[in-house]
Design a protein around this ligand. Sequence first.
Ligand code: PFF
Length: 443
Amino acid sequence: MTQNRPHFATRLGVIATTVGSAVGLGNIWRFPYEAGTHGGGAFLIIYIACIAVIGIPVICAEFVMGRASRRNIFGAFRTLAPRGGRWWQSVGVLGILGSVLILSFYSVVAGWTIEYLLQSLAGTLDAVASSERQIAFDRFTGGWRCVLWTVVILGLNCAIVLGGVRKGIERVSNLLMPLLFILLVTLAVNSLLLPGAASGLEFLFRPDFSTVDSSVILGALGQAFFSLSLGLGTMMIYASYFSPATPLLKSAATTAGLDTLVALIAGVIIFPAVFTFGAEPAAGPKLVFEVLPDIFYRMPGGAVWSTLFFLLLLLASLTSTISMSEISVAYLSEQWGMSRRKAVALNSGIVLVLGTLCALSFGPLSDFTVCGKTIFELFDYVASNIIMPLGGMLISVFVGWVLKRQTFDLELKPAPRMLLNALVFSLRFIAPGAIALIFIVYI
Ligand code: PFF
């Protein structure tokens, strides 16, 4: 089976798919509102520290496991652990559970982008006065159309995943990622010219550590894992499709670098506008959807910008949803011998039910809460702040302590020795230690 495994065809394909998984709603929707609710500058610094010290070593660990085993997360632990790694395979259970929870709420937000895209096209987004945007947003997310768009997203996701690795995943990512990047830079320049630019940049870049508490640190850690798609085996499954010639360290650094850059650019787009149009930085998940229309419709040709933006955001979310689905689809087809078609159908069926519950948690189910969180918030919290860091911690421990050092060095070749030692040091002590400490302090 491993010999026939598909490969990504080109080096651009490798970068476009891994960056395609990493860059998505996490950067453009989640990062600004997490930074907004957690105080701005200080959150940003802790977030970047998490990416550098924990994120990059964990991406390398997932890449090494994926390419060395050429398997999905279960198969990777089974192949690489001594005596079949029975216990280690439970990390796979976490990965699948996390990816299903994320896909469920993520599809809802991706569905919002369809609504905003259609409204941009129809010119109705422009017709809503700034002061009424919040009411319009609440009305839409509280209704059934929001459920319909969630279903449409899952349908599109199925279609691409069924297309397979090269024709589906790689081709779509190659085209979209560069386009999205160009559009984001243009929007950032536009925001820098707004009257509230200085206050917005100050909020984002000037740290005030007096506001930092454990929830800020856990939030930054969760955001780093969410944004880099780590701890669930996503980067592992993608690396299992890399060719032996793909340089892992370079690919890891490029993925983390571009992902962080896109989050920063999203911050530079959003916060000047937040301060210019008097929005509330701590507005939560609705922040970006309320502020963006104000940005677009102050620009000449606003409807065109808005249409292009929501189209690309929609497509960027699809390059992330396909990577989430690939975790379970590869597992079901490789470990259970299911056809790709059946595996996609099973995964989508489960996500459809959970996704509908998430969508309804803004309307009919808004009063149904567990530990004070709606279903949508609960799925996000459990997956991003608990399952992903926990999965990342276990993957670090496995690669740092259990995997043969020779395998690690061989896969990361031709990295300098000092760098390899630093990575192993982080995987053995720093990454698991820091994650454990944050969990202990927080709980
Ligand atoms: N990294 C993606 C984003 O920032 O939008 C989200 C994501 C993708 C999370 C894939 C988890 C995952 F497995």
